[in-house]
Design a protein around this ligand. Structure first.
Ligand code: ZN
Ligand code: ZN
Length: 362
């Protein structure tokens, strides 16, 4: 058993900073000393949702140093720097075998626990729920071996934490899910963490016109620095008209908010053969699209965490960062201590950040 510091949620929107017990890793698990964890809308949604199982330790975008490994672990060893990938996967099901670990049902089947259905977190009253088999708003965590992705040790931990979920969701939506090619025109609706990451991805791949759409001028200015070639403030300008006028319809549009109205706009902004990508995993609800558009060969598709294959893709993104080709520093707005997690959630709610991280060691 390890005594660790953790942000425990016992009631919705209430955090207590406690010392709790963490069990040793089992055979195929690793113990990680957490150095940074991204603060994501998925955490915030669980934080505010009265149906979230409690008590629970949230956090699913961790980065840190492997401290100990179970006896069957082969992929990492103590001392390795790792990104803790959001979605646990089994490595054996038909989706994992097909190179699509993002469709592995492991997480959906094991909410609140480790993939084997058991827990590693305890207080004096009993067990504490896990989040994505990770719970990294804590000084240490135990995760499945397959969730710990080794990366070069010279990537700062705050940047490594960005590679655990939200940023690859946006970059991967462009590179993997859509497969944008050099010269394609793209529009990005919503310029939070995922949208900003999609702009970085579009710039990386050499998209021609990269059109950022948001209602906040401040965010749009930031997107120009990340690579957006055009910006549209949709509080004053109709983005569909403007995009159609600029491009005749884009090849790909990315909806990065999770709202029915913006999904409709993303679809209506497409040119012939264009594809709209619903980038977030949020339940968008019902939306209306005009079936008369389909003879133009347009489509709309979902995006499961950027169709990322973490063991292949995360080290590549880390290398692109180290080579100066992927400006992840520009996405990092703020760093908080673990006991400031509530403040980090408030800033996320108020739209003040692109991405922020919590540093459990500070
Ligand atoms: Zn699987
Ligand atoms: Zn996330």
């Amino acid at each position: 058993m390890h005594e660790i510091n953790a942000a425990v949620m016992r009631e919705p929107e209430q955090l207590s900073y406690e010392t709790v017990q963490l069990e040793e890793p089992k055979a195929t698990e690793v113990l990680v000393d957490v150095r940074a964890t991204g603060v994501c809308h998925t955490d915030y949604h669980a934080y505010t949702n009265p149906d979230t199982g409690r008590p629970i330790v949230l956090g699913h975008e961790g980065a840190g140093i492997v401290e100990a490994v179970g006896e069957e672990v082969t992929a990492v060893e103590p001392g390795d720097h790792v990104v803790l990938w959001v979605l646990p996967s089994c490595g054996q099901c038909e989706h994992c075998s097909a190179g699509e670990p993002y469709f592995c049902p492991t997480h959906a089947e094991t909410r609140g626990s480790m993939p084997d259905g058991t827990k590693r977190l305890y207080d004096d009253d009993g067990s504490i729920d896990h989040f994505f088999s990770q719970s990294s708003f804590a000084s240490k965590t135990v995760v499945p071996e397959r969730s710990a992705i080794p990366i070069p040790a010279d990537v700062p931990f705050e940047i490594a934490a960005l590679l655990g979920c939200g940023v690859p969701t946006g970059i991967g939506a462009v590179l993997n899910t859509a497969g944008v090619r050099p010269g394609d025109d793209v529009a990005i609706f919503g310029c939070g963490g995922v949208g900003a990451s999609a702009i970085l991805g579009a710039d990386l791949v050499g998209a021609r016109r990269i059109i950022a759409v948001d209602i906040e001028e401040r965010k749009l200015n930031e997107m120009s620095e990340l690579g957006a070639t055009h910006t549209i403030n949709s509080s004053t300008t109709d983005p569909v008209d403007e995009i159609q006028e600029l491009t005749g319809g884009v090849d790909y549009s990315f909806e990065c908010i999770g709202r029915p109205e913006t999904l409709e706009q993303a679809f209506e902004s497409l040119g012939r053969g264009g594809i709209a990508v619903a980038t977030t995993t949020k339940d968008t609800g019902t939306f209306e699209i005009d079936g008369g558009a389909f003879p133009r060969g347009v489509g709309i598709i979902g995006n499961m965490v950027g169709s990322i294959r973490p063991h292949e893709d995360i080290p590549k993104l880390a290398d692109l960062y180290l080579d100066g080709r992927l400006d992840l520093d520009a996405l990092l707005t703020d760093s908080y201590s673990l006991s400031e997690l509530g403040d980090a959630f408030d800033a996320l709610r108020d739209g003040e950040v692109i991405r922020s991280v919590v540093r459990p060691d500070e």
